[in-house]
Ligand binder design. Structure first.
Ligand code: THU
Length: 164
């Protein structure tokens, strides 16, 4: 038996520390997307915005439902819409932010497990990593350069292929 470890690299920016102009633009778009959030059950609003290689932007926000599992996270609303409208466009980055009605969300909003799996699928499909920018209402911003950092040992389509 061997003990092994996985090291995750990410960038961390203090509140107010300058992001690159493209990252900042996408965070602003994700923040704007919050206005479309429908979250009467959790009172927790999430906004997401993704950028295509050509600079185009698609936004999404969480959409809840009285039958809780029928709702959808902001990231997947944005991603599925982007893919269905532009199946061949390459997504280069995704910003996520959030706002709670009853407290200050001062931790970065990180994608849930299902959204991570969906992001992993796109990276494989387009053969290009997606920069993921995560921010709360205040506090630090964390950035990873691809889904591997958030979903180590991920399941992907190559695992479905028979090797012997
Ligand atoms: N939510 C998202 O939209 N994205 C995430 O990354 C985490 C959670 C939503 C789902 C639900 O509407 C609310 O936040 C509370 O879980």
């Amino acid at each position: 038996m061997k003990q092994k470890k996985i090291i995750i690299n990410y960038e961390e920016y203090e509140d107010g520390e300058n992001l690159s102009s493209k990252d900042l633009q996408l965070v602003i778009e994700a923040t704007n997307a919050l206005s479309g959030s429908y979250a009467p059950y959790s009172d927790f609003h999430v906004g997401a915005a993704l950028m295509f290689e050509n600079g185009g932007i698609v936004r999404g926000s969480n959409q809840e439902n009285a039958a809780y599992p029928s709702g959808m996270c902001a990231e997947r609303v944005a991603i599925f819409h982007a893919q269905s409208e532009n199946p061949d466009a390459v997504i280069i980055s995704l910003a996520i932010t959030g706002r709670a009605d009853h407290f200050i969300s001062d931790e970065p909003i990180t994608p849930c497990g299902s959204c991570r799996q969906v992001i992993a699928e796109i990276e494989k499909r387009q053969n290009k990593k997606i920069r993921i920018i995560m921010k709360g209402e205040s506090g630090v911003t964390k950035i990873v350069s691809g889904i591997e950092s958030l979903l180590p040992m991920m399941f992907h389509e190559e695992k479905l292929k028979k090797t012997k």
